[in-house]
Design a protein around this ligand. Sequence first.
Ligand code: ATP
Length: 295
Amino acid sequence: MLEIQNLHKSFGQEKVLEGLNITVNKGEFLSILGPSGCGKSTLIHMIAGLESVSGGKILMKDREVKAPGTDRILVFQSGALFPWLNVKDNIAFGLSNVKADKKSQDRLGDGKSKKSKKDKFSDEEKEERVEELMKKVHLYRFRDKFPHQLSGGMKQRVSIARSLAMDPEVLLMDEPFSALDEQTKMVLHEELQRIWMDTKKTIVFVTHNIREAVKLSDRVLVMGSQPGKIIKDIPIPYAHPRKVTDPNLVEMEKVIMESLKDEIEKRRKEEFGDGYPVEASGVFSGPDYTMGDGI
Ligand SMILES: Nc1ncnc2c1ncn2[C@@H]1O[C@H](COP(=O)(O)OP(=O)(O)OP(=O)(O)O)[C@@H](O)[C@H]1O
């Protein structure tokens, strides 16, 4: 479905990503996990077509990614809703720009005419999709509310619904829950697992939270930094929906921690210099092993 081949990225003299090779399978929930600054957002922006590549290729269904497209929709950390639109209109917003692909054009009988590209969905289908998605993310009764009237979790659910409305081949998620409190995060994890099981969408999910990655994904790619590279590819072969208390998942968290040992040591040295006692650093002592601002 999505193939990343020998991908490199530099910003000026700074080499950010080096030699990444990733295959994302159809229907897979893949997490990209790594410490702050290792290049996760840069990578997902490149897949979305929002950032250029410095070397290598990104192929989506064998076609090189050169620009953003409705086959790859990115859900941002902030939700990025339009404040002047209510829930319903925010979800409906992208639909008018979704055009039918070549196959559907042919089915519609005008596949040869580029100028008259048809909308993928009729007006009735758009209406139905928006209604269905508002129900799917449990926001139907809030459909007339505006973003400032919603909680952080609700806003993120609108954002997910808006992305799903466009029926992308791949849903790209850049730390979508990192700004939320723990309780809301847990609810949204359940919500996302349910949506994923329902829709069987391919999801590429960027996070620095080990527990989140293990709970949600079929596979976790662990990244190292400076420059960013894949250091481990770890399958999480357990049925969904999952509970974080599942001993198998706790075990997987330990496996991932182990694979990040060198990375943690690198960060510890950066933060504290040589000789700082490991047990005194407090790094990774939090409840979810977040590799965020603490290191
Ligand atoms: N547009 C840009 N111009 C210059 N440097 C950039 C740009 N975008 C990112 N970088 C640099 O690339 C490196 C990787 O950044 P990126 O945001 O991809 O990391 P990240 O793993 O997503 O971090 P975080 O988890 O903190 O969001 C950083 O050193 C950052 O400063």
